[in-house]
Ligand binder design. Structure first.
Ligand code: GDP
Ligand code: K
Ligand code: MG
Length: 299
């Protein structure tokens, strides 16, 4: 569903172990979050929870690899971690007010300097320190990195959480409500899978088809007694000519789109994927949609 003024986006929470990342997420839960820890592992970005209100949806993402590694990570892995942080709208860098600055933080800040995503410094466990000790800590971190906002909280006691949420919303772009408000979806990856397919279609056709093409996921099923996930999706175009481009000579283009998308979806879901792609012409589907929106219809 998409609505004017509605904000949505992806937020990554990073920080040393035990600073309170999980406590914060659980605190934000109320009834508004859907923890998705039991969902299929993703190799890069795992959705940890979705916070939905009537004006915004915040999708909290776990981006592994940014923390100081026990073993030396290869440059490639480091790049992967950095890219993952580039893809989110906002990063919450959480620290423990009690502990202060540590080497793990220096490592993270070095990584943050390589990306443009805005970063909040979230100072947790303020219930454990005297307010007078907070200012020097803030000054110290300020001198190391230009944080977009600095927000002291207590995840345990719930102090200042509302303020943090309001600040987060300010940094989210306008966007759709990706996930149902009060329903834990079985497949939070649905939207991402659709976007992966759309991206491949646009890229491989060198954008000969307009960005307005849509991808609808018809089914995601884990086949019994099989480790394979079956995904069926339909690419919706507006014209027969576009359908021709997407399918390509003897179906070669569609096959290529499918193969490339499958590789990414397998990485996302962490399992083998059987991907079935269909192409459908739906004339003027965009116009119809915007007309419907004028009547209050929500996608
Ligand atoms: P994570 O490793 O970053 O996910 O940290 P956790 O959320 O597991 O928290 C580590 C410990 O810190 C737990 O014992 C929490 O109860 C505690 N903790 C988290 N937030 C706060 C806080 O705001 N104040 C206090 N006093 N303790 C906290
Ligand atoms: K976004
Ligand atoms: Mg944790």
């Amino acid at each position: 569903m998409s609505r004017e003024g509605y904000k949505s986006g992806f937020v990554s929470i990073i920080g040393r172990p035990n600073v309170g990342k999980s406590t914060f997420l659980n605190r934000v839960i109320g009834q508004k979050i859907a923890i998705m820890s039991d969902k299929p592992q993703t190799t890069r970005n795992k959705i940890q929870g979705v916070y939905t209100t009537n004006d915004a949806q915040i999708i909290f993402i776990d981006t592994p690899g940014i923390h100081k590694p026990k073993h030396k990570l290869g440059d490639f892995m480091m790049k992967v971690a950095e890219n993952a942080l580039k893809e989110v709208d906002l990063i919450l860098f959480m620290i423990n007010a009690e502990e202060g600055f540590g080497r793990g933080d220096a490592f993270i800040i070095e990584r943050l300097k390589k990306i443009n995503t805005p970063v909040f410094l979230v100072i947790n466990k303020i219930d454990q320190v005297h307010p007078d000790d907070l200012l020097p800590l803030i000054e110290q971190y300020k001198s190391l990195y230009e944080f977009a906002e600095i927000v002291p909280i207590s995840a345990l006691q719930g102090n200042n959480i509302e303020t943090l949420i309001e600040q987060i919303k300010k940094y989210l772009p306008e966007g759709p409500q990706y996930y149902p408000a009060d329903q834990v979806t079985d497949h939070p990856e649905r939207f991402i899978i659709a976007e992966l397919i759309r991206e491949k279609a646009l890229h491989l056709t060198r954008e000969e088809v307009p960005h307005s093409i849509a991808v609808v996921i018809d089914a995601i099923e884990r086949r019994q007694d099989s480790s394979t996930v079956y995904v069926s999706a339909t690419i919706i175009v507006e014209r027969d000519s576009q359908k021709g481009i997407i399918i390509g000579k003897q179906g070669r283009m569609l096959k290529e789109i499918g193969q490339r998308a499958r590789v990414d979806i397998e990485a996302l879901l962490g399992s083998k994927v059987f991907l079935e792609l269909w192409v459908k012409v739906q004339k003027d589907w965009r116009n119809k949609l915007s007309q419907l929106r004028d009547f209050g219809f929500r996608e």
